[in-house]
Design a protein around this ligand. Structure first.
Ligand code: GDP
Ligand code: MG
Length: 711
């Protein structure tokens, strides 16, 4: 004979657990004590289609922390005994509070059935609860019951046995706890991953969350393995301290806030009341900010406001930075004898890195705006509003967070964007999101846009960036839809949007968030971009003119009749010299492909370099154009140089912007896609897919624009 199934009953005190237990087991029950603790223990058996089913009544708890013996007993029973199914008895008249335990059970991953008890009480209080919708959103069976009157007990037993029969794997629910906590959890989970076998079947992420919450029991277990504790505890302390300083609260209360946010996202859709309900400030704000019409309108205004603010605030400091690097270049130029060393420092280092660092104020203000949105809780509302739109394109509510992180409002990064898709459970929607992430306007594309916008669309800076945001969303969503009706065809599963309570951001938190991200940007300019920039400089400097050619030029220059003719000759010489270099030859070879898009060989070189990191595009153009600089006495900022360059015009600049927006994701993103999808296939697909779309787009825009006489 096979072992009977075991059903464990969990639930808040007074939700009706004992009533359900009695209704299921009748007289077939006995009472005991858990070993070592004075917590009561009840076990009995029910009959389902003639077969015995064991039923265990766990102590009533509100939570699954390790604060009380009841909670610990319940949790250890679930983890140690692994019942075939857990029935969570929920008080329907008090759904919000009762679902807190349900969410924790789901985070643990147990096979779950929700017993929606006290339906009679809910009714007399004027509450209508859509059990089917609740079941759909949670992804678990929900059975409405009135335990005191034995109503719904057969359905409940049948639902529980059915889940037990299917012998489901434990599937932990991953909810987002906001970017600070999520990042910390990911870091801790990576460390715990290696020690997984010894932790039983608990997910690394669950353990990581428990560590951050400061769970005593889990911490004690971690300490049993000193090598693990040595690695884990310092990280844990650092992450907790960071959260404390940015959010002005402990990790466990932030986690609790986001759990309630998840629950609010559910109850909004599931519960309706016939009577006036008491609303707190968060609810009142949400009435406007997540309203079907006013919500999107407000979002539109916020984004437009942000772009205007960012350009207004950064205008002056960006000019300071530009002047500073131009001045620095001039100083070095006059201090060093002309030659390779001077060229390396002025063009390779200052021209390249300075071009990127020059945009630091712009980036910082953008990060500041994003920090305000995130820290206040408004970002979660943006996700909530956008959810309705995203579904049309085969994406999910949680795709929004990934897309936002990647640069949905300009200035993110695709690498954490790809990582943020981990909260998506549906593999096809997740893959579609991963492949859409590179379309967003990450912080590295911003300097390219700013450069070209300043050169060719100077009067419409904020408007242009706003337009580019809309375009990138349009293209990204279109590309997602294309994937979802072809290679990633599949059903959509329902999804819960989290609505954590609003918080007033703290100045300290905003400063830290802005500083961290800006510093990362600057660090990248100082390291990787410096390296690639110097490489690009070398490729654009060598082999250079041979000695005979050089001598020939010297002669021509000496024979030049006047100042102006001399300058023209010098420019001619510089062009020829550049064209003969390695990069020049490569760029020229590519012009066969890019000529229909209007890109010259220097743009080609920059685009090839941009595959390493998109900021390289600016630094390479900087190197290319300062190498071509005729008159170092009047060195201008790169945007002025481009604007004055005869081969450039607004149409070409716009085609280039679009190409940069869409073409192959940078190397770091490609590696991350490989890591998150587990195969190089999707990483390579992403490179090909994006580059193809970019090419077609730039082709249509440039050729179309020329046909309309815009060139
Ligand atoms: P426990 O603490 O979860 O074990 O809850 P109990 O089963 O002891 O129930 C608490 C109280 O709620 C008792 O007075 C029950 O009779 C009552 N009760 C249980 N289920 C229902 C129900 O569905 N409707 C109503 N109106 N009362 C119920
Ligand atoms: Mg009881």
């Amino acid at each position: 004979m096979t072992r009977p199934y075991t059903i464990a009953l969990a639930g808040n005190p007074n939700a009706g657990k004992t009533s359900v237990f009695n209704a299921l087991t009748g007289a077939r029950q006995h009472v005991g004590n858990y070993p070592g603790v004075t917590v009561e223990y009840k076990e009995g058996s029910a009959l389902h289609e003639g077969k015995k089913v064991a039923v265990v009544d766990l102590p009533g708890t509100y939570s699954l922390t390790a604060y009380s013996p009841e909670e610990l007993v319940s949790r250890n029973y679930l983890i140690g005994q692994r019942p075939d199914v857990v029935v969570d008895v929920v008080d329907a008249s008090n759904l919000e509070r009762n679902l807190y335990l349900a969410v924790q059970l789901m985070e643990l991953g147990v096979p779950l059935v929700i017993c929606l008890n006290m339906m009679d009480v809910a009714k007399t209080r004027g509450l209508r609860i859509d059990a089917a919708k609740l079941s759909q959103l949670l992804g678990v069976p929900v059975v409405p019951t009135v335990a005191r009157q034995n109503q719904g007990m057969d359905d409940l037993l049948a639902a529980a046995v059915q889940v037990a029969q299917s012998a489901p794997e434990w599937r932990p629910l991953n909810i987002s706890y906001g970017s600070d906590v999520d990042q910390g959890v990911a870091e801790l989970a990576d460390i715990l991953q290696g020690a997984q076998e010894r932790r039983g079947l608990l997910s690394a992420r669950w353990l990581a969350v428990k560590c951050l919450e400061g769970d005593q029991e889990v911490m004690d277990r971690v300490r049993e393995t000193p090598e693990l504790a040595d690695k884990l505890l310092p990280v844990c302390r650092r992450v907790a301290a960071h959260i404390k300083s940015t959010m002005d609260d402990d990790p466990d209360s932030i986690v609790a806030d986001y759990r309630y946010g998840y629950i609010t996202g559910i109850t909004r859709q599931v519960v309706s009341s016939e009577r006036e309900v008491r609303m707190d400030l968060s609810d009142k704000l949400d009435q406007v900010l997540t309203h079907r019409l006013m919500g999107p309108l407000f979002l539109f205004l916020v984004l437009y406001g942000i772009y205007n603010f960012v350009f207004w605030a950064s205008e002056v400091p960006v000019v300071w930075f530009e002047h500073f690097f131009a001045w620095l270049g001039g100083v070095v130029e006059s201090a060093l004898p002309p030659g390779v060393l001077s060229s390396l420092i002025v063009s390779g280092v200052i021209g390249g890195v300075g071009g990127v660092l020059g945009f630091t104020p712009l980036i910082a203000f953008m990060f500041f705006a994003i920090a305000v949105m995130e820290d206040s809780g408004y970002m979660a509302r943006v996700a909530y509003i956008m959810d309705r739109v995203l579904r049309i394109f085969g994406l999910h509510g949680n795709s929004v967070m990934a897309l936002m992180v990647a640069g949905g409002i300009s200035g993110g990064c695709a690498v954490p964007g790809v990582m943020a898709t981990r909260t998506l459970k549906d593999p096809k929607a997740r893959l579609a999101t991963i492949l859409t992430v590179p379309f967003m306007n990450c912080g590295a594309k911003l300097p390219v846009y700013s450069l070209l916008i300043a050169a060719f669309f100077a009067h419409f800076q904020a408007e242009m960036l706003f337009l580019l945001t809309l375009i990138s969303w349009g293209l990204g969503l279109g590309a997602a839809k294309l994937l979802r009706v072809t290679v990633l065809k599949g059903e959509q599963t329902p999804f819960v949007m989290e609505l954590p309570p609003y918080r007033a951001p703290t100045i300290k938190g905003l400063v830290i968030h802005t500083w961290e991200r800006t510093w990362q940007y600057a660090k990248k300019a100082g390291t990787m971009i410096l390296g690639v920039s110097v490489l690009m400089w070398a490729a654009m400097s060598f082999p250079g003119l041979g000695p005979e050619q050089d001598a020939a030029w010297q002669k021509r220059l000496a024979a030049a009749p006047g100042q102006t003719a001399g300058l023209e000759l010098k420019a001619e010489r510089a062009r020829q010299e550049l064209a003969g270099t390695l990069a020049g030859q490569a760029g020229q070879a590519l012009t066969a492909v890019t000529a229909p898009l209007g890109f010259d060989w220097r743009a080609n070189v920059a685009l090839v370099g941009g595959f390493a990191a998109k900021e390289i595009i600016v630094s390479t153009l900087g190197v290319a154009y300062s190498l071509g600089e005729v008159d170092p006495e009047h060195s201008q900022s790169l945007s002025k140089r481009l604007a004055a360059e005869p081969g450039w015009n607004p149409l070409k600049a716009f085609a280039l912007i679009l190409f940069v927006m869409v073409y192959a994701p940078c190397l770091a993103t490609v590696v991350m896609i490989r890591r998150e999808t587990g195969t190089w296939r999707w990483a390579m697909f992403s490179v090909a897919y994006n580059t193809l779309i970019a090419y077609l787009l730039a082709l249509v825009v440039y050729q179309g624009g020329k046909a309309l006489g815009l060139g």
